[in-house]
Ligand binder design. Sequence first.
Ligand SMILES: [Zn+2]
Length: 361
Amino acid sequence: MTDASSREADAAWFDGLVNRRRAVRLRLSGALEILENGVVVDQWPLASIRRADGLATELRLASSSAPELARLVVTDGGFRSALIAACPALYAEETGVHTHWRIVGWSLAAAASILAVTIFGVPLIADRLAPMIPVSFEKRVGDMVNGQIGAIFDTKTCSGEEGLKAFAKMMTAIESAGLAGMPIEARVIRSGVRNAVALPGGRVYLFRGLLDEAETPDEIAGVLAHELGHVKHRDGMRRLVQAGGASFLVGLLFGDVTGSSAVIVATQQLLNSSYSREAESGADGVAIETMNSIGRSAVPAGELMLRVTGDQKDGGASILASHPLTGDRLERFRREERPAVGKPILDFGEWRALKEICVPG
Ligand SMILES: [Zn+2]
């Protein structure tokens, strides 16, 4: 018999919809009940619960009946034992066999590259390694990175109803060019940081600060198209590989990098360091091609970047940190300019709704 105290414990809950840590109480009965302020807010069937990636000092849980990114983080030792006893599928997805088959799914060349990187140094081979990483695995890494971002930014998502419609319309237009190479999940983040980032696995975050700064839909659309360029070229993954170093790579090889300090360091790098000129130029190329293919111009995006870059009073993590804009980049936008013959991506009302997407109401 387990005593009553180990049937309940405090835990942290990420609901998988909003990137926020919520303090909850867990109660183990016929299901795993999640209580917030004494109220049951969700419950996970015991058979649906499996172990997700995590540190050795905590138990991270996911559930096939909850959103894919939902997590419960349990640190209470007694409760962990009770969970392990009660949840039949807890370790189903994380067996060594599964992990090793995943490695076999990689090309031998990729595995050999990882070993070579750990022996001979990272930057040498990161460039060649990133494109070999399967998209499905990159998505998994992207989930982990996303989980870390909450520690760095206020990651509340803006969700004004009309604004979301306008944002979806803009993303559909940009994605219709078909250049991203994987499905994109884009959000507007409430943070005032003037930036946009592409995470590994196809997540694109547009920060409210940049949206506030923008004067036309084409300015924002072009920046988002530029971020899609980073997704297409796997630049985020490449930078993670470079920043994460040898331990990250060994983690990759064995299919478990989550929660490792390498992911934390690499995530900070991803958000705060600059891409190389080559990576920026490559993403610009995708922005230009995308905007031209939908009959719009990429020049406004270049002008927006220059406006933000030109004004460095907020120093830190603005678009200038991860997207250094040089004069020749804007010049290239202008040189490859085509007349904007397509109809506007958003009409005036939709643009206003997008601008107000973060206004609560
Ligand atoms: Zn960029």
